[in-house]
Design a protein around this ligand. Structure first.
Ligand code: ADP
Length: 397
């Protein structure tokens, strides 16, 4: 069964056409600069890549263009749109309403709308994607898969902030966590690799956005991102954890507005802010090799923040069976993996430097052979989880 997976952003649209039974990705791509000029990067079955300039005034033209490219000329991978059985939408915020993926009904749309104050940039774009799919493909079922759903198992004491309780009750102020689809997929792969009952797993999803998750018996019990994706680790352009007192201090000293502060902490901080070079870790690693001091400090800061959370999650879980690294940095940056685990040998976390440096695809183990705690590199696959959830719900329906 073919499922179209869509991730509609404010000016972008990511897509994959997946055969769920075989996990084959028939085509994938990214439409960027929607509403500006429009560029599409399209890849057919991992071997043919093309970049097309295509005016896309709105998301409607972008989705029309995707459907067209999948069914026409030499980019054709299916005969007709009818071969697509359903559409799976990635939705950033499901609040406390959604603990798992759901078929999209008018009530689901209403709830995603209601949650806009919690995800003002993301949820409106997702809603747009859903509405356009309903217009262009009126007879196809749509499924919503939420980034927050996996973390809905966190206990109260871990999701509440230590602020007056009325603000949780009246304004839904709490930790929600994100990257749930990835944390679910990776922890589940780790549990299969561990092949035991009663599992304690920590997932480090390290990409442009980064978060960690403590997973007990397959359920999230804590995660580093919070009400918004700003909390936790040092990320590409986000500060992660910071003293809230920084906000009024900067507003006073620099005359910044609330919007400017949020922009500063979300888009100008993190790897970019500390290194002053780039938000892309590859460039910062290179600058550090060339002796750049700020880049070296940045790498230590990132690694130490991961290490701090590793230790606190081992405490919360009461031990750990496996630590997993995933996403762009987690899968590729052996230096960060090595530094994050360094000094934790006394806990049984012993990385094998040779295995860690080796470049391999697929799931792999990088701990020393006789180490008590497994350290895994597990490539994430959020799109596949979205396609599979969509398939399961559509099949049931
Ligand atoms: P996103 O959160 O946008 O999906 P990714 O998961 O693709 O991001 O991760 C992007 C990050 O991964 C960037 O900081 C990039 O520098 C880093 N990265 C990708 N490949 C490598 C590599 N070979 N070595 C080090 N860092 C890498």
């Amino acid at each position: 069964m073919l499922i179209l997976v869509l991730n509609a952003g404010s000016s972008s649209l990511k897509y994959q056409l997946i055969n769920v039974e075989t996990a084959e990705v028939k085509a994938s791509g990214l439409c960027e600069r929607i509403g500006i000029d429009g560029v599409m990067k399209h890849e057919i079955a991992e071997h043919r890549k093309l970049e097309i300039d295509q005016p896309m005034p709105t998301h409607k033209e972008a989705i029309e263009f995707v459907l067209n490219i999948l069914t026409h000329d030499d980019t054709k991978v299916i005969e007709t749109i009818d071969e697509i059985k359903a559409i799976g939408h990635r939705i950033v915020h499901g609040g406390e309403y959604f603990k798992k993926s759901v078929l999209i009904t008018p009530d689901v749309i209403r709830k995603i709308e209601e949650l806009i104050p919690l995800a003002p940039l993301h949820n409106p774009a997702h809603l747009l994607g859903i509405r356009i799919c309903k217009q262009l493909l009126p007879d196809k079922p749509n499924v919503a898969v939420f980034d927050t759903a996996f973390h809905q198992t966190m206990p109260e004491e871990n999701y509440l902030y230590a602020v007056p309780h009325e603000d949780y009750l009246e304004h839904h102020l709490r930790k929600y966590g994100f990257h749930g689809t990835s944390h679910y997929y990776v922890s589940n792969e780790a549990i299969k690799m561990l092949n035991k009952r009663d599992t304690k797993v920590i997932v480090c999803h390290l990409g442009n956005g980064s978060s960690m998750c403590a997973v007990k018996d397959g359920k999230s019990i804590d995660t580093t991102m919070g009400l918004t994706p700003l909390e936790g680790l040092v990320m590409g352009t986000r500060s992660g954890d910071i003293d809230a007192g920084v906000i009024p201090y900067l507003m006073d000293r620099k005359g910044m507005s609330p919007d400017e502060i949020i922009d500063y902490l979300n888009k100008k901080s993190g790897i970019l802010g500390v290194s002053g070079i780039s938000s892309d870790l590859r460039e910062v690693l290179k600058a550090a090799e060339d002796g750049d001091h700020r880049s070296k400090v940045c790498i230590e800061m990132m690694s130490n923040r991961i290490k701090k959370y590793l230790c606190s999650y081992i405490g919360l879980l009461g031990g750990v069976d496996a630590i997993c690294f995933t996403a762009g940095i987690g899968e590729n940056a052996d230096v960060i993996r090595e530094k994050a685990c360094a000094g934790l040998e006394f806990l049984g976390i012993e990385i094998d430097k040779r295995k860690n440096k080796k470049r391999e695809s697929g799931n792999r183990e990088i701990n020393k052979d006789d180490a008590p705690i497994k350290i895994y590199v597990i490539p994430t696959n959020e799109e596949y989880v979205i396609a599979r959830d969509t398939y399961n719900l559509v099949k049931k329906d």
